[in-house]
Design a protein around this ligand. Structure first.
Ligand code: SAM
Length: 277
């Protein structure tokens, strides 16, 4: 079982800060959710606070078809939080279900799911191929798998001092070495789909974050949470980075507050189908 390094009692609040159901709706539509037949089973793996589940309810609900959206996360707190978040306007046609379970062992029958969405989970997993294979196992033949992860996650900011860029890369490579996080997960998805034997694989690259000028308050708060997670980790794993995380965090927040700074993060979404026998 993997350690989720962002885990804290405030993780639901952090995820809620940056949720954008409208963007998730566009992504899910582009992945072909509307092409799925009536009476569909839709699974959101690593749902967090249920952003993709809400998007699936909205998009599939608008098609007048019936179906079931299952929100799955290993965190009981967030599964409950996602319940309170989901609006129920199309409740009668779209059933909702929640599962507190591990993505490595989905408590779902083989060949039973029509559409799987999995966003911002694989970057936290030591063995992402195992989860892709598990998703493939539960998909029906012809079923759709849509996985989205960031590339160069948290790393692209300009102007940034040489020292701060070096320290940022150092933190990110320590997390990668500990197998807690992969900032380059996005670029690995297409090859992973091919290796798993998924077919008709397509790739979309879009901007997840584009921040030119004033950094929005909710995203600033999100960064504070991320820096707190790194501080906790440094204590837990007794990391010796050779510099003070406290000082780094303060300088990094100052960098984000510089209105002449430009930051962006590419999101890579790969969509494929399970082959018919
Ligand atoms: C960044 S959040 C996902 C956000 C959400 N998918 C979205 O698009 O907004 C990552 C989630 O994955 C969950 N998670 C981490 N490891 C997991 C595992 N092995 N099985 C299931 N969920 C896991 C965490 O509890 C967390 O809620």
């Amino acid at each position: 079982m993997n350690e989720y390094f962002m885990e804290s009692e405030r993780e639901a609040a952090r995820l809620h800060l940056k949720d954008d159901v409208g963007e998730a709706e566009k992504q899910i539509k582009a992945a072909g959710l509307l092409s799925v037949a009536d009476n569909a089973v839709i699974l959101d793996v690593g749902t967090g606070v249920g952003v993709c589940s809400q998007a699936a309810v909205n998009v599939f609900g608008s098609s007048k078809k019936t179906g079931c959206v299952i929100s799955l996360d290993r965190s009981f707190t967030r599964v409950i939080f996602s319940k309170s978040q989901i609006r129920t306007t199309v409740k009668r046609r779209i059933r909702r279900s929640r599962l507190c379970a591990d993505a490595f062992m989905l408590p779902v029958k083989d060949n039973s799911v029509d559409f799987i969405v999995c966003r911002f989970l694989l970057e936290y997993l030591p063995d992402y191929m195992a989860v892709i294979r598990e998703c493939k196992r539960v998909l029906k033949p012809g079923g759709i798998l849509s996985i989205g992860d960031l590339d160069c996650n948290c790393l692209i900011h300009y102007p940034i001092s040489e020292l701060m860029e070096k320290q940022l890369l150092q933190i990110s490579s320590v997390l990668t070495r500990l197998k807690l996080w992969d900032p380059f997960m996005g670029r690995k998805l297409y090859a992973a789909f091919c290796r798993a034997g998924m077919v008709n694989n397509t790739v979309t690259v879009c901007a997840h974050h584009v921040f030119a000028g004033r950094f929005p308050d909710n995203h600033l708060q999100n960064w504070r949470y991320k820096l707190e997670a790194v501080k906790r980790l440094a204590v837990q794993h007794r990391l010796t980075l050779g510099f003070s995380i406290e000082k780094f965090a303060a300088s990094f927040i100052a960098l984000l507050k510089n209105n002449q700074r430009f930051s962006y993060t590419p999101l890579i979404i790969v969509v494929g189908r399970k082959k018919h026998d």
